[in-house]
Design a protein around this ligand. Structure first.
Ligand code: S3P
Length: 436
């Protein structure tokens, strides 16, 4: 049965056309608030995300004593107290793993207790990856068998050198946020570099931070620092842009320009895959915005998409784009094999299993693997005519929507409304570029 949370998607009968600005990056929006809260001063944040995840972080930093006022829809002034205040309520991270993991690092080094909770999905996600290294620093954290809720008894921490067993920006950022409040040098190593927005924002806000590579891997070293209250401008989100980039590539007669897309190299794995798969795109008008690279990207219908292998070092650079890359692969000539992506099972849903259930149901040839998937592409319309489950996962909702545009029979997407987690502007933008 259809209700207001669901949506029906029909086969696209014309191309996408137009120029639009992609909404702000979710990762950078979270960090602008959390880092801003540590400046002890006034920070103007321009182009802040409207997604529910970032709203959860906003509410939490207010609970920690920050004053926030909006000048307009996307511009806010954050007034941070000299010292964060003990919260009067439980801190609700909603669906947002980034909020819970980054805030844990910040809160572990405060002189008060806080409790972080999340929704059903977040309460099932692994927190051992942050609790273990924070405990090595001396943090006191009670959890539900290494899952939320997390009771954090803030205390003075000791610096550590930690080699992260996974390439996770959330783990790295959590430890950097603990380290920036800890005497001495905290060092984090990764074998593969995960997204580096935290390192870039710490540098921008004048923290004592050093990044590089040696024989042990990629390192980030941070010393106790007072962050400078500087205005932060947020670039557009390439993970949101990815849905429209793929749509334009697979729907005949499309040509779109997406403005202000963040192209930090630790996030642009999807563009490297476009090169491999023969997707037509051009980077225009590059600039730097608050230490992050941004550009406009032009994408047009790509009639000769080729399958490829996606594995190894590139995975963290496109981890959030793998569901939509699966849809691109479904339209390719030949096979696409994704490996080394087992952490996809720990996202807002088990994205390997949920994606394969949905895509198979509408006629896409997909095989689930423990650490990825295999897709045999086809140029024919997919059968569709079924209802798919999003498992309350925003990126699955938008990936299924895109796949639905290639189906002979319309599909129903259950709980499509979860798109609002990161991208409430998704449907309005689609309706604009599909109608012109
Ligand atoms: C994020 C890091 C990634 C990504 C998530 C946002 C961040 O998670 O999947 O959507 O903002 O640091 P992991 O650190 O778990 O890989």
């Amino acid at each position: 049965m259809n209700n207001l949370n669901d949506i029906t998607v029909k086969k696209a009968i014309k191309g996408l056309k137009g120029t639009f600005t992609i909404p702000p990056d979710k990762s950078v929006s979270h960090r602008s608030l959390i880092f801003g809260a540590l400046t002890g001063g006034k920070v103007k944040i321009n182009n802040f995300s409207h997604g529910e995840d970032c709203r959860a972080t906003l509410k939490i930093i207010k609970n920690l004593g920050c004053e926030v006022s909006f000048l307009d829809e996307r511009t806010l002034i954050l007034n941070a107290p000299k010292e964060l205040k003990s919260p009067l309520e439980v801190l609700d991270c909603g669906n947002s793993g980034t909020s819970m993991r980054l805030l844990s690092g910040m809160l572990a080094a405060q002189n008060f207790k806080s409790i972080l909770v999340g929704d059903n999905s977040l309460s099932k996600r692994p927190m051992k990856r942050i609790i273990e290294p924070l405990s090595l620093m001396g943090a006191k954290i009670k959890s539900n068998d290494f899952k939320a809720p997390l009771e954090i008894f803030g205390t003075k921490l000791s610096p550590i050198e930690y080699h992260s067993p996974i390439a996770s920006a959330q783990v790295k950022s959590c430890l950097l946020l603990a380290g920036v409040n800890t005497q001495g040098t905290t060092t984090i190593y990764e074998n593969i570099l995960s997204r580096n927005h935290s390192e870039k924002m710490f540098k921008y806000l004048e923290a004592e931070i050093e990044t590089g590579k040696d024989n042990k891997g990629y390192y980030t070293k941070i010393k106790k620092s007072q962050l400078a209250p500087k205005d932060i401008n947020i670039v557009g989100d390439i993970s949101s842009a990815a849905f429209f980039m793929v749509m334009a590539a697979i729907i005949p007669d499309s040509e779109i320009i997406i403005k202000n897309v963040g192209i930090n190299p630790t996030r642009t794995g999807i563009l490297d895959i476009f090169d491999k798969m023969n997707v037509n795109y051009t980077i225009l008008d590059k600039k730097i915005i608050s230490n992050e690279e941004s550009a406009d990207i032009k994408i047009s219908y790509s009639p000769h998409i080729e399958g490829c292998e996606i594995s190894g070092e590139i995975i963290p650079r496109l981890i959030d784009e793998l569901p939509i890359i699966a849809v691109l692969a479904a339209r390719a000539n030949g096979q696409t094999i994704v490996k080394d992506a087992q952490d996809l099972r720990n996202k807002e849903s088990d994205r390997i299993s949920a994606l394969s259930q949905g895509l198979k149901k509408i006629g896409i040839d997909m095989e689930e693997k423990q650490d990825g998937f295999i897709i045999n592409g086809s140029q024919k319309d997919f059968s569709g005519g079924k209802e798919v489950q999003t498992y309350l996962d925003h990126r699955l909702a938008m990936s299924f929507f895109t796949a639905g545009l290639l189906c002979k029979n319309s599909i129903n997407i259950k709980d499509f409304i979860w798109v609002n987690t990161s991208f409430p502007e998704f449907l309005p933008i689609f309706n604009t570029i599909y109608s012109t």
